[in-house]
Write a protein of this length. Structure first.
Length: 296
C-alpha cells in the first residue's frame, strides 16, 4: 500500500493552527492570565504584528493614537513568561487608555504589547525564558555585551539557566521585535512590566517617578543586556520598570487604576513637550523638558 504524503496534511494543520491563533488569542490569554476575562482581552482589540516568537506565535499589539500625538509610549508585558500578572496589568491599562477623554491629558500615542514572550507564557509550566532558553531581558545590545553579559551570567548568577543572555545580542525574534519598535516607533518612554519584587525601577535621562500606586522607586542597578540598560542608559529613552508584588496575581483593580493615574501624572510633569510638538528622528527628543524639581 502506498504511503500517503503527509506534507500537505502537516502544512494544512500548521496553517489552521496559525490562523486559529491569529484570529483568537483571547481564549488562550483568558485561560492563562490572572484577572483577564475573555471580554477584557477582546475589548483590547489586539492586532497581529508581522513578528513571531521562536515557536511561531504571533506577537500582538494595540495602538491607541490621538489625531495629533505629542508623545509616544511603548508598554510591554510578559517579557518573562512566568510573570503573567504583568501581561494582565497591560490589558487593564489598554482599557484605561482607550477610555481617556480626548483633550484632557497629554496626546499620547500608546503602543501596548501585553505578551512579548508568548512561548514562555504558554509553556507548561510557564517559563521566564523564551523557547531558546534565553532571558530576553538580558539579550539587548548594550556596550561590551559579548564580554559583560557572559561574565555576569557566569560569575554573578552562577550560570542560572533562567538568566542565560543568549549567544549574541538580539539573537531572539522577541528581543529583535522590541529593538525594531525602538527604531521605527521611536518611543519617548518605555514601560516594562514585571513581577514579583514589588518595586519600581527607572533608567533614563529624566527624573524618575517616586511611586506608582503602592510601588515605590528603588533603583536596583543595571544589568548587561537588560532593556533598562539598553533603552534608558544607552539609547536615551526613559524606561520605567514596574515590578508587581506577585507574578501570578494582579493587584486589585483599584490599585491598577492608581498606578495608571500616577504614571499619567508623572508623564505630564516629566514628558512635557513644547508647543512645537513632537520631534521626529532620534530616540531622545531634546524638547522633552524636565519639570521643576519640586514637581512629582
Ligand atoms: Zn521579569
Amino acid at each position: 500500500m502506498p504511503v500517503p504524503c503527509l506534507k500537505p496534511l502537516l502544512l494544512a494543520t500548521l496553517l489552521t493552527v496559525q490562523s486559529v491563533q491569529a484570529a483568537a488569542p483571547c481564549a488562550d490569554f483568558a485561560l492563562r492570565l490572572p484577572n483577564v476575562k475573555r471580554e477584557l482581552c477582546e475589548a483590547a482589540r489586539l492586532q497581529p504584528t508581522a513578528a513571531r516568537s521562536v515557536q511561531g506565535r504571533t506577537l500582538w499589539m494595540r495602538d491607541i493614537k490621538p489625531e495629533q500625538p505629542t508623545v509616544r509610549v511603548l508598554v510591554l508585558g510578559a517579557i518573562h513568561g512566568d510573570e503573567p500578572s504583568s501581561a494582565a496589568v497591560a490589558f487593564h491599562w489598554v482599557r484605561l487608555a482607550a477610555q481617556l477623554p480626548v483633550g484632557s491629558v497629554q496626546a499620547v500615542h500608546w503602543r501596548f504589547v501585553p505578551v512579548l514572550n508568548p512561548d514562555g507564557l504558554f509553556s507548561a509550566p510557564p517559563r521566564r525564558v523564551n523557547s531558546h532558553g534565553v532571558d530576553l531581558n538580558r539579550n539587548f545590545s548594550t556596550p561590551n555585551w559579548e564580554r559583560e553579559a557572559r561574565l555576569y551570567w557566569e560569575k554573578r548568577t552562577r550560570k542560572d539557566p533562567r538568566r542565560w543572555p543568549g549567544n549574541r545580542p538580539l539573537s531572539e525574534p522577541e528581543s529583535r521585535f522590541v529593538h525594531e519598535q525602538m527604531r521605527d516607533f521611536k518611543p519617548q518612554l518605555i514601560v516594562s512590566i514585571h513581577a514579583p519584587y514589588g518595586v519600581l525601577d527607572f533608567d533614563g535621562p529624566t527624573v524618575p517617578p517616586k511611586r506608582l500606586g503602592s510601588l515605590y522607586l528603588q533603583q536596583v542597578g543595571i544589568y548587561p543586556g537588560s532593556l533598562g540598560n539598553y533603552g534608558g542608559v544607552h539609547s536615551g529613552v526613559p524606561v520605567v520598570t514596574i515590578e508587581l508584588p506577585n507574578a501570578t496575581r494582579t493587584p486589585r483593580d483599584a490599585e491598577i487604576g492608581e498606578m495608571w493615574l500616577d504614571l499619567l501624572r508623572w508623564m505630564g510633569a516629566r514628558l512635557a513637550v513644547t508647543p512645537a510638538g513632537m520631534a521626529q528622528p532620534g530616540y531622545f527628543d531634546s524638547r522633552l523638558v524636565p519639570a521643576a524639581p519640586t514637581a512629582r
